[in-house]
Design a protein. Structure first.
Length: 329
């Protein structure tokens, strides 16, 4: 397990669209990640001038070039962008493109082209995984049948092959609003996708909120796990509210009928539901190599969450991995 690398997701630092836009904000966040023991950062897609780290065009506009941004990262103690969370459902303001859906055949060419641009920039930034939001929320999709799964698989196969051209893997991210939280749907999609081109990203909190054990997911698909995100869950969705229309806002942001104040937290938070020892053991058992990205989502105290994550990584998670048989301490 000496091929594990450690990264931190930057998404928690931007609670509102007009927050976290100054370079001084980025510098403080990245230096906090570095001092906490993380060598990489996971970026999140975004568009427009309020998203200076959201896409390759904005990186060039704000740092002069992709290499200029990598120099900025290095100056902050971060060696690479480990991964980029790619959400095709966002509008592209820079090139005036609409939101794309992987379920719509007419959107496929544009979606693949956009993904390719992210993969090319990611390769320049030392990264290796395009973490793709696999579907829109279930409540906004209508019927999710075999035909829909077929279109979904075809799209992600094409994206995966396009990212491979840049030496970047595509790993599908399943959030708790996705129809893929149902094991039968996920089984079917993975069977339909090319195992050499499309993998799975395991977000420990999203699977937990959906009622699945993330350690069991890792053990179920040992050859398809290409990316891992360590995030804690503070509640679950036993009433299946995820199928409600517009659940992105009514459930994820507003908390649904129970008014959940916060679904997610940094790993190891008080009240957290994820067993990170078991998850880590599942990675050891399956021989996982690659990035482990710690995240919190919308933390009220992002620097504190980063440092607490670094403590857990260095004192609990990394010792388990380095103590695995055959790995030098």
């Amino acid at each position: 397990m000496n091929d594990i690398r450690w990264s931190y997701a930057i998404n928690q630092y931007k609670p509102q669209f007009d927050d976290f836009v100054r370079r001084s904000d980025h510098e403080r966040a990245l230096k906090t990640m570095s001092i906490a023991g993380f060598e990489g950062v996971e970026l999140t897609t975004g568009s427009g001038r309020w998203e200076p780290l959201g896409n390759p065009t904005q990186l060039v506009a704000n740092f002069g070039s992709i290499e200029g941004f990598r120099t900025f990262l290095s100056d902050c103690g971060i060696s690479a962008v480990s991964s980029w969370f790619f959400d095709p459902h966002q509008r592209g303001m820079e090139d005036l493109t609409p939101p794309y859906s992987p379920l719509v055949a007419d959107d496929r060419a544009g979606l693949v082209e956009r993904a390719g641009r992210y993969a090319a920039a990611l390769a320049q930034l030392g990264g290796s995984v395009l973490v793709a939001r696999a579907t829109p929320p279930a409540g906004d999709l209508g019927e999710f049948d075999d035909a829909a799964l077929g279109r979904l698989a075809q799209c992600w196969n094409e994206v995966g092959r396009a990212s491979q051209e840049h030496g970047v893997r595509t790993a599908l991210h399943v959030d708790f609003l996705s129809p893929l939280r149902e094991p039968a749907h996920l089984d079917r999609l993975l069977a339909l996708t090319d195992p050499s081109a499309v993998g799975l990203a395991v977000d420990t909190a999203e699977f937990t909120v959906a009622g699945q054990d993330p350690a069991a997911v890792i053990r179920r698909y040992p050859d398809r796990i290409w990316h891992v995100q360590y995030k804690d869950a503070l509640a679950t969705d036993p009433d299946r509210e995820y199928v409600a229309p517009h659940a992105e806002y009514t459930i994820r942001l507003r908390g649904g009928a129970r008014e959940i104040p916060r679904w997610f937290a940094e790993p190891g938070a008080d009240g957290g539901l994820v067993d990170f020892t078991d998850v880590t053991q599942s990675l050891i058992d399956t021989g996982y190599t690659g990035w482990i990205v710690f995240e919190s989502d919308l933390s009220p105290h992002p620097a504190t969450s980063t440092l607490l994550s670094g403590y857990l990584m260095q004192r609990q998670v990394r010792p388990l991995l380095t103590a695995a048989p055959g790995v030098p301490a």
